[in-house]
Design a protein around this ligand. Sequence first.
Ligand code: ARG
Length: 271
Amino acid sequence: MCPPAHFSISYSINPWMDPAKPVDPQLAHAQWDDLRRTYLSLGHEVELLDPEPDLPDMVFAANGATVIDGRVFSARFAYPQRAGEAPAQRRWFRAHGYTDIGLPQHVNEGEGDFTVAGPYLLAGRGFRSSPDSHAEAQEFFGRPAIGLDLIDPRYYHLDTALCVLDDGPSPDVMYYPDAFSPGSRSVLAALFPDALIASREDAEAFGLNAVSDGKHVLLPQAAVGLFTPLRARGYEPIALDLTELLKGGGSVKCCTQELRGRPPEPPAPPG
Ligand code: ARG
């Protein structure tokens, strides 16, 4: 996670961002810190990335890389305003012992568009990540990338329209079908016939921009329609208020990059 110390709406690169609606920095920090403390209270570790003054979207740490099995596939941002976040994250990873860091040739916005569901790498495209980045990520991770076409600019990243609830051998997901092209909807229906289908209201409340550890599901409190169906599936939904972050077009998931797997142990010194 990256503290929203320099978070602001000074440009607009998605339909949620309106520079005429400024952010309350104290409230943004309090809401973000509530998310951080919630992870800690659930027993999760939280690593922090240093915020940089010229990168107001850096709080959306999910977008800077994708990490699976301790291997890092770096991002390459679509807009110049965020370009500096990718090298900033690579510096963090190198400083924390990650040695296998892939540099992409094509645009991809990290976990904004990539997520893991069982054996698959689900991969969004249409607004930010290029289709060519899916092939690159498939090659890097050696996992089949399932390309999913996003068609509504309000759901410009995959993680605004789909959340993996359980990433085990028979993965469980929730998603908002109207964010996807007809063909991608069919792909999702074939892969996840029992998925939890979100309503328009819950998608608009950024309810799919959630993080699940397989038991607890952290999601925006305004996504009221998701709480009962999540409980019915055996999850424990945890409501968060991240309305200041929503002004930037992000919520729980955007503020959270998942570190899947540890970096390799350094070789033991000789002798
Ligand atoms: N303002 C940021 C952008 O438009 C928000 C990114 C939200 N992150 C996410 N994972 N969807 O790039």
